[in-house]
Design a protein around this ligand. Structure first.
Ligand code: GLU
Length: 300
C-alpha cells in the first residue's frame, strides 16, 4: 500500500501569544515535517470563545512568520467546524458509545471516585438520565476501553481509560464541543499523518486514539516532545506568566529552542539569519537525539 505523504500540523489555542514552550512544539513539528519532505499546517484551536484573547491569533501567526515557520495551505479554524463535530457526535450516538449526562459539576465532585486531584466521573447517567435530570453534556462510555499507542520518542503508552480518565466529555453542558472530539475530527479531515506536540497532551492522545477507534478513523504517528517547565515544575504558559517570544531578534530564541531539543547548531551559525538556522536544523533533524523526558526545566 502506498504510504500517505507526511502531513503534520501545529494547533495552538489562541489564549495568548506564543511563548518559549509553544515555540518548542511549533518548531519540533515543523522540523519533523520538513525533514521528511512533508507538509506542515496550522490550525487555530478557537473552540472556546471566552478563552480567545483579542489579537492572539494575529500575534501567533506573526510569531510563526518571524521564526521562519511557514505553513502550507490556509490556516484552519475550529470555530468554523461545528457542523463536522455535530456529525461526528451523531455517529457516536448511532453507535451507542456516548450518552447524555445530566450531572452538575457539584454532583460529580461530591461522588469523586478518582484520585484527589482528578475528578473521575462515576458513570451515574450511563444507564439513562434520572427522571428529574435534563441532558447537559455528552460523554463517551469508556467501560473496558484499554488504549495504547507507540510514541516515536516516549515508547509504548497505554491506559485503562475507564479508571484513568473516566467517561470523558465530547460535548459540554454549555453546548461547545470538547477539544478531544474536535481535534480528532479535524486531524482526520485534513489527513494528518503525524502529530508532534507536547508530552502534557499524552493523556489527551489516549482519549483521541479511543475516539478514532470508535469513529473508524486511522491513527496517526505520534511524537510527544518534552515540555518546558519552570523551577516549580509548572508548564510555561500564560497562566505561569511565561513572557511572549522575542520578535525583534528571533535568532537567539530559535537557537535556545533548538538547544532545548538537543539540536543546537554549530557556533558559526549563532549569528546567522533565521532561514539559514532553520535549513541547518532541517538537514540535521534527528528524532533519536531528542531528549526523552516528559518535562525539562527551562531557566528564564
Ligand atoms: N490546542 C491545544 C493546545 O495548544 C492542543 C493542540 C494539539 O492537538 O496538538 O494545547
Amino acid at each position: 500500500m502506498k504510504q500517505a505523504r507526511y502531513r503534520g500540523r501545529f494547533a495552538p489555542s489562541p489564549s495568548g501569544p506564543l511563548h518559549f514552550g509553544s515555540l518548542i512544539c511549533a518548531l519540533g513539528s515543523y522540523l519533523d515535517a520538513r525533514a521528511q519532505g512533508g507538509e506542515w499546517w496550522v490550525r487555530i484551536d478557537d473552540l472556546d470563545p471566552p478563552r480567545v484573547a483579542p489579537g492572539a491569533v494575529d500575534a501567533i501567526l506573526r510569531a510563526l512568520e518571524a521564526y521562519g515557520l511557514t505553513w502550507d495551505g490556509s490556516v484552519q479554524y475550529q470555530s468554523q467546524r461545528s457542523a463536522a463535530y455535530e456529525a461526528a457526535l451523531e455517529a457516536l450516538r448511532r453507535r451507542g458509545v456516548v450518552y447524555a449526562c445530566g450531572c452538575t459539576r457539584r454532583e460529580i465532585a461530591d461522588s469523586n471516585v478518582g484520585r484527589a486531584d482528578v475528578a473521575i466521573y462515576p458513570g451515574t447517567c450511563r444507564a439513562g438520565l434520572a427522571p428529574h435530570k435534563a441532558a447537559r453534556a455528552w460523554r463517551v462510555d469508556t467501560r473496558g476501553a484499554r488504549v495504547h499507542f507507540e510514541d516515536r520518542l516516549q515508547g509504548r503508552i497505554e491506559q485503562d481509560l475507564e479508571y484513568a480518565a473516566g467517561d470523558f466529555i465530547v460535548q459540554r453542558a454549555d453546548g461547545w464541543f470538547a477539544y478531544q472530539l474536535a481535534a480528532v475530527v479535524d486531524d482526520a479531515e485534513l489527513g494528518i499523518t503525524d502529530i508532534v506536540r507536547g508530552a502534557d497532551l499524552i493523556d489527551s492522545t489516549l482519549r483521541q486514539v479511543y475516539l478514532r477507534r470508535l469513529l473508524d478513523l486511522p491513527t496517526p504517528r505520534y511524537l510527544h516532545l518534552p515540555v518546558a517547565v519552570n523551577a516549580l515544575g509548572e508548564k510555561l504558559s500564560k497562566q505561569t506568566l511565561a513572557p511572549p517570544l522575542n520578535m525583534t531578534f528571533p535568532q537567539s530564541t530559535l537557537i535556545q529552542a533548538l538547544a532545548f531539543l538537543k539540536h543546537a547548531p554549530p557556533l558559526a551559525l549563532r549569528q546567522a539569519a533565521v532561514p539559514e538556522i532553520l535549513s541547518w536544523a532541517i538537514a540535521h533533524w534527528s528524532p533519536a537525539d531528542l531528549p526523552q523526558a516528559r518535562t525539562i526545566e527551562q531557566e528564564s
